[in-house]
Ligand binder design. Structure first.
Ligand SMILES: Cc1ncc(COP(=O)(O)O)c(C=O)c1O
Length: 384
């Protein structure tokens, strides 16, 4: 069972005393255990590319790199962080619906495999390239996507990839390009999925799509990138992903799709980084208001915006206080009633008590909007 909290209570207390609160703490050992447990069940023909957006902390990137990870980047900032690892060619990918020219230029200079999101990406890469460049084509599939939140956005209109039904037109328009060669397929159609059979059904549908595209258009895919989406529990009653079934299922899919002799790529972010992190924050005060008991904390959605965006709270414990069941609304210090981290049951709390939010190694501080995807912070220009 993957623990919801990467650290025991005594360690949480020491970390808070040593580093002050609020703070995020990541466990290298937990990250390594998580990576190794997944790697161990995957067929050798599956490449594991960590999705840097989940948490771009340099310690985490270095640890995963040492374990043999490849990396999925989605901005210049992420490419720079991964570039600093000095990896051999072939271990970095570049995705994202709004790639700017300088980002594409950097990706080409680094020899990174680009996930082209459509005709414009193909044309711009072609114009920038001075030799043949292999790219993967990101396709937005027509099949229904089963997801509990709005990360993927279902099978309706999408900012991501080329719609499956528009591939023939894209190929016609791309026929005149000189340097770009579509040698891989990228489909990302799952999010926080803990049910191995549902994940495998999606991956099976992607392989089916790859086969149809190969037969119809003569693609020879050397890579099929299945994206991220491997889920983790956020509550004690949620079961973790059954890794053994998942690994065996991928082997079966590879056997069923014997026509495909290339490499499968998985790009998990949440699964690899989530369980290694905690967020520590103290209670500033308790307030009762019209029947609701608020615990007002040192940090809120400025550090953990995910509960507001997805309605899914992070698990929380009161350090050193055991179990308890008084209802609390957790509020942050911001002057907005949107600053809520969840309605929870905790032991009796008082000012100064330490709370630990688990599974915050992914999409925690990294999802704070000016941080997200390591995009540059825009300058503020004063004109008088
Ligand atoms: C292209 C791509 N790959 C991988 C991921 C990682 O997804 P997850 O953290 O759910 O595994 C994302 C997340 O948005 C993504 O956009």
């Amino acid at each position: 069972m993957i623990p919801l909290f990467a650290f025991e209570d005594a360690t949480c207390r020491n970390l808070a005393d040593t580093h002050g609160t609020p703070c995020f703490v990541y466990s290298g050992a937990a990250a390594e255990a998580q990576f190794s447990s997944l790697r161990a069940v995957l067929p050798s023909r599956v490449r594991l590319a960590y999705a840097v957006k989940a948490n771009p902390h340099p310690g985490l990137l270095a640890r995963f790199a040492a374990l043999g990870a490849s990396f999925d980047c989605a901005s210049m900032g992420e490419l720079a962080r991964v570039g600093a690892l000095m990896l051999p060619p072939g271990r970095t990918f570049f995705a994202g619906p709004g790639k700017r020219a300088e980002e594409l230029r950097k990706a080409l200079a680094m020899g990174v495999r680009v996930q082209a999101e459509g005709c414009e990406d193909l044309a711009r890469i072609d114009a920038l390239a001075d030799r043949d460049v292999a790219v993967n084509l990101r396709v937005h599939p027509a099949f229904e996507v089963d997801e509990g939140n709005r990360i993927i956005g279902g099978s309706g209109p999408s900012a991501f990839g080329v719609d499956e039904e528009d591939v023939p037109e894209l190929l016609q328009r791309a026929a005149s390009l000189r340097h770009v060669r579509i040698q891989g397929l990228h489909v990302f159609a799952a999010s926080n999925q803990r049910d191995a059979s549902k994940l495998l059904a999606i991956h099976g549908a992607v392989l089916g799509l790859a086969k149809r595209l190969s037969e119809a258009h003569g693609f020879v895919f050397e890579q099929i990138d299945l994206g991220g989406g491997l889920g983790v529990p956020y509550a004690v009653d949620e079961r973790p992903l059954d890794l053994i079934s998942f690994g065996q299922g991928l082997s079966t899919l590879l056997t069923q799709h014997a026509w495909f002799t290339g490499e499968l790529i998985l790009e998990p972010g949440r699964f690899l980084a989530g369980p290694c992190g905690i967020y520590l924050a103290r209670v500033v005060r308790i307030k009762e208001s019209r029947g609701t008991r608020f615990a007002i904390l040192e940090g809120g959605i400025n550090h953990l915006i995910r509960p507001l965006l997805t309605g899914q709270p992070f698990p929380v414990k009161a350090v050193g206080k055991g179990q308890g069941s008084r209802p609390y609304t957790l509020a942050g210090p911001l002057c907005t009633s949107l600053d809520r981290l969840g309605d929870v049951r905790l032991p009796e709390l008082q000012a100064g008590d330490l709370l630990a939010f688990g599974t915050t190694g992914a999409y925690g501080l990294s999802e704070g909007m000016t941080h997200f995807l390591s995009h540059p912070v825009p300058p503020e220009v004063w004109v008088d």
